[in-house]
Design a protein around this ligand. Sequence first.
Ligand code: SAM
Ligand code: MG
Length: 214
Amino acid sequence: TGSTRPQRLLRAVQKNATQGDPQSVINAIDHFCRHKEWAMNVGDEKGSILDSVVSEVNPSTALELGTYCGYSTVRIARLLPPGSQLITLEFNPAYAAVAKQVIGWAGLQDKVQLVEGPSGDLIPQMKDLFGVQSFDFVFLDHWKDRYLPDAKLLEECSLLRKGSVLLADNVICPGTPEYLEYIRNSPRYESRYFKSHLEYTKVEDGLEKSVFLG
Ligand code: SAM
Ligand code: MG
């Protein structure tokens, strides 16, 4: 048909989810990915761990690395307290275009700033572009070889404060060995693994939650 998977995912949202109802958007995407086409969203099982970490941190400023179709963006943004902002970075324009519509369908456009470009270029511009002092919460879910350089970049740019929480997806599958080695052994973090499964499968995967100690 010439359509792409993200476009088909978007159509499933428009057909099956209620505008302004984030949970129905999440359900429509999970249903599409379980029963029609697998896609690289954090998914429902790891998503409930993501939800509990976001709720516990209750961030006023949050950063997401890797938007894809906006599934995790919707999950995070729906839990943010009033006045909070989620900045999400995506370097693929076709994915960003779909995500914009998914976020809009959920009614969360006022809480989310979707920025198109590579994380390595954008992270150093966060203060200038958005006036953020630091991020309370960062979700790492972009290409796996960028987790470590971008975590170090966040440190160098003073975008982490004492108590900031990094939550990294896919630390087992596909895996992020250099990131895990760094974050678990650095005295600047307190880190813990949450065991789960790769989205929409029974393969082991999990999330690593790391609190920046300053
Ligand atoms: N967080 C999304 C979710 O759970 O719904 C899934 C994100 S997907 C696993 C990873 C995304 O990161 C892809 O859409 C890819 O284009 C994007 N990406 C990878 N490296 C990036 C980078 N350095 N800067 C910005 N986006 C990046
Ligand atoms: Mg992921």
